[in-house]
Design a protein around this ligand. Structure first.
Ligand SMILES: [Zn+2]
Length: 63
């Protein structure tokens, strides 16, 4: 499993919360996807997200 670092931002003018991967942040400026501006952005949280690489298909009837 690979873990990805990310930051959670909140745009106070759009009332929108979104997460940005740290790897992306290093290369590009973070802006709100709606107003395309960073003026009302607040860094509210950060953490690591684990992404599963190989997902096995689940068999039907199996819980
Ligand atoms: Zn916005």
């Amino acid at each position: 499993m690979e873990s990805h670092l990310f930051h959670v931002y909140e745009c106070e003018s759009c009332i929108l919360t979104f997460a940005v991967e740290q790897a992306f942040e290093d290369h590009a400026e973070v802006v709100c996807p709606i107003c395309k501006s960073d003026e009302s952005l607040k860094d509210v949280a950060s953490g690591a997200m684990k992404l599963e690489q190989n997902k096995k298909p689940t068999r039907r009837g199996e819980l």
